[in-house]
Ligand binder design. Sequence first.
Ligand code: HEC
Ligand code: HEC
Length: 286
Amino acid sequence: MVGSSGRPDETPTTGHEWDGITEFNNPLPRWWLWTFYATVLWAVAYWIAMPAWPLVEGYTRGLLGYSQRAVVAGQVADRDAMQARYVERIAAASLEEIAADPELLSFALAGGRSAYAVNCSQCHGSGAEGAVGYPNLNDDDWLWGGSLEAIAYTIRHGVRNESDESRYSEMPAYGRDGFLEPEQIVAVVRYVLSLSAGGDGPAAGEGADIFAEQCSICHGEDGRGSVDLGAPNLTDAIWLFGGDYESVLAQVQNSRGGVMPAWGERLPPETIKQLAIYVHALGGGT
Ligand code: HEC
Ligand code: HEC
């Protein structure tokens, strides 16, 4: 018989035929077959040696007792042991001593950076750039002081929270509580905006008088603010709540006060120190 390929048919076929096309029945290549058997044996050996099959509870653990979980736990323990040395030194050292010791400083910066990412970035932004009501921590403009000690205190005790040592101050709501008439508020807002506008300098007149009477006690005669009261500098064009007319008006009328948790109640003292070092390095000063 001659197949449809025209080839004399010495090779047996499977007997299937579709439209004159037949299928050879060649034996599998030896190398392929042995490789196949080898993989089957390998799989069986692997099931016996290594964790493999799920059971109703747990899984077959394998004779070698390998566990990725145990490997990771071991690595974590090694790292903790390595870090413990530094953590102890950080606990014993003052902030200035940490800052002056290059080895401790780089450890503190790295630890502070990761503690920041976990605890602080939600409010202050992943690059510490801040948002409306949440201060930018990169600029050298501080509500509550930018020295190492001041920053550590702010982080440890927070702002306007329930803790006794929290930093605290409250700007009056001049509009809502009727301390000033609407026209007086407009005048003082105009004055505040003139403080940072450059040009001819602060506007004189009613706004200036109201500022001196009502606002200077916290924001200072010259409007440069007070770190003891967390009252922002109003002359530097860096704004917590926004520097347009509407935003300044809203603050004078209704007064918002930012709240920050007391991290000393949640994080160990060494972590607070590392955070203070890290934040200070972002934009420290006085
Ligand atoms: C729930 C939001 C929130 C979280 C989380 C938060 N903060 Fe704050 N933080 C604030 C607010 C709001 C202020 C501004 C308080 C004010 O208006 O006086 C502030 C102020 C600060 C200040 C003072 C800035 C200045 O100009 O004096 C520092 C420093 C600071 N935060 C660091 C941190 C660090 C470090 C963490 C993480 C451990 C953190 N914050 C987490 C809301 C937060
Ligand atoms: C008792 C102290 C106090 C007095 C008095 C006070 N302020 Fe304030 N003011 C603050 C504090 C504190 C903040 C910051 C609130 C915060 O951090 O959340 C603030 C914030 C502001 C801001 C927002 C600044 C920004 O960066 O966004 C403006 C504007 C402002 N005050 C204007 C005034 C004016 C105008 C008066 C007088 C009519 C006044 N303040 C009186 C304490 C005071």
